[in-house]
Design a protein around this ligand. Structure first.
Ligand code: B12
Ligand code: SF4
Length: 447
């Protein structure tokens, strides 16, 4: 069969342009290609790079789908089905909402694709595809073949290739569905296989996509020791607690780590306890930032606004802290109630969700009635923080502390600023649409 695997853009009609330098290909499709028998021909389209030709000759189209890309994924699926093609949808959104996804495809793949992909291919050839296939959660990742990297097309951020060493997360944050989807036990790819994957990749720059590259510190130590021999540069996501382990932090740096993404969520001391993270005070975070930076590693923080205990003061408090910390780079998000998360169920129960039109679930648009501020306050507070953080004055103030990584610092800040500029008018229009939706609905306003 001729198989097309597609990674959709968020919204094909959107005026919000994705800054090319910060986009990244979907590794899931490379894994699916790897379990596809050689008798089939597989092609991958990253819609960010390449337009889809709906008239092209394919027997089966597989589309990967997150909540933010669901609307576009469904458009693509509908269009291919109109042309008589068989379509299968997979990824986190169809896994959480399989019945919704089924309205747009022949089959929905729930959970991990590897265990059931071949069964589905055989059924497709025999024209007897089942509505749902459930791959569940495999116990051993070493039974999976390595991703087929040669199918990657297009440029990636700093020429980095994506790589994964684990699935699963032991934490259970209420705004995240990863622990329900991939389970609470961390499952690893054997270090030898990771090394083989890196050696096949034809680059010396990697982005580890693991939710927490140091989730299992014994494994991490083994991995970093092996990476040291390869002379590569890498970035990844980590929990901030690991930096108390000096040996591991040094090993990470020696193995080529150039940047780590930390989900801090908040810098407000009263709220830190709620996240059960190791940081208990702003001083703890300041110490963590300077320690990570002293190893030549860029500290990238991810912060979220709009939690029920957030008040309007959260925006100034965050900005002041970030200014003081001279943090190299940060991502700001409006809390997004993804289906399958506790936050989603609670807001829905309280009748505070404004819309379940997934195109609004973009991390910039508030899609629910906040508890301690108005919708407009949340929107403008979020814009205010981004505008100030990426301003020339703020960037110049943070630059001297980041002299060891001038290129990454400049590119990260310039790239984020560019994206912010393009998103501003777009989010404003989305907010106006949401006000209209609210007028039509009676939603619970907080008292
Ligand atoms: C790495 C990562 C990123 C990277 C790279 C993403 C990429 N292009 O690969 C970056 C930083 C760019 C990123 C961006 C975003 N991400 Co992200 N990301 C992840 C992360 C940590 C790992 C994804 C991954 O590669 N996993 C490994 C692969 C093998 O697993 P997989 O993708 O799930 O694929 C398996 C199955 O799902 C299934 N499958 C997947 N697709 C398909 C397709 C078919 C046809 C079939 C049959 C099966 C199938 O089979 C695969 C193999 O087993 C996940 C968390 C997680 N653990 O999943 C969040 C996650 C997917 N991201 C999330 C979000 C919200 C985002 C952003 C919207 C964040 C933002 N602020 O903008 C953006 C959106 C980007 C976009 N394209 O729209 C959420 C999605 C929630 C949701 N309900 O949609 C997650 C779950 C994180 C979370 N904590 O909630 N992300
Ligand atoms: S937000 Fe991160 S730490 Fe929390 S459950 Fe999700 S993946 Fe795990």
């Amino acid at each position: 069969m001729k198989i097309l695997l597609v990674a959709p853009v968020k919204d094909v009609n959107s005026e919000k342009k994705v800054v090319k330098s910060i986009r990244f290909p979907m590794i899931s499709l490379l894994y699916i290609a790897a379990v596809t028998p050689d008798i089939h021909n597989v092609r991958i389209i990253e819609e960010e790079d390449e337009k889809i030709d709906f008239n092209a000759d394919f027997d089966l189209v597989g589309i990967t789908c997150m909540t933010g890309t669901a609307v576009r994924a469904y458009q693509i699926a509908d269009e291919f089905r109109k042309k008589g093609k068989k379509v299968v949808l997979g990824g986190i959104h169809p896994t959480v909402l399989p019945e919704e996804a089924k309205q747009h495809c022949d089959s929905v793949m729930i959970g991990e694709a590897e265990p059931v992909w071949n069964e589905m291919l055989q059924d497709c050839e025999m024209d007897r595809m089942k509505p749902f296939y459930n791959g569940g959660i495999a116990q051993c990742l070493d039974d999976y073949p390595l991703p087929r990297r040669e199918l990657l097309t297009g440029k990636t951020i700093f020429g980095m290739q994506p790589i994964v060493t684990s699935r699963g997360c032991p934490y259970s944050c209420d705004f995240c569905s990863v622990w329900k989807f991939f389970g609470r036990k961390i499952r690893h790819v054997a270090v030898d296989n990771v090394i083989r994957d890196i050696q096949n990749a034809n680059t010396s720059r990697f982005m580890f996509l693991d939710d927490n590259i140091v989730g299992d510190q014994v494994y991490a130590k083994k991995l970093f020791c092996a990476l040291k021999e390869l002379n590569i540069q890498w970035v990844g996501q980590a929990s901030v607690s690991f930096i108390k382990n000096d040996e591991l932090l040094k090993l990470a740096a020696d193995s080529g780590c150039r940047g780590l993404f930390f989900g801090l969520e908040t810098v407000s001391e009263q709220k830190m306890k709620r996240f059960a993270k190791s940081m208990k005070s702003q001083q703890d975070i300041l110490d963590a930032i300077s320690k990570v930076m002293s190893y030549g590693i860029v500290f990238h923080a991810s912060l979220v606004f709009g939690f029920d205990d957030d008040e309007k003061s959260v925006f100034d408090e965050t900005l002041e802290f970030l200014y003081k910390s001279k943090i190299p780079s940060a991502t700001f998000n409006v809390l997004t109630p993804y289906p399958g998360t506790e936050v989603y169920y609670n807001l829905k129960k309280q009748n505070r969700l404004i819309t379940e039109d997934w195109q609004y679930y973009d991390h910039c648009t508030p899609t629910y009635i906040p508890r301690n501020m108005s919708l407009g306050d949340l929107y403008s507070g979020y814009q205010y923080v981004k505008e100030n953080f990426f301003s020339l004055k703020n960037t110049i103030h943070r630059f001297p502390a980041n002299w060891r990584n001038p290129i990454i610092f400049t590119l990260a800040n310039v790239g984020m600023k560019k994206e912010f500029k393009s998103e501003k008018a777009f989010v404003r229009r989305r907010l106006e649409n949401l006000y209209e939706i609210m007028e039509r609905k009676i939603l619970c306003m907080p008292v």
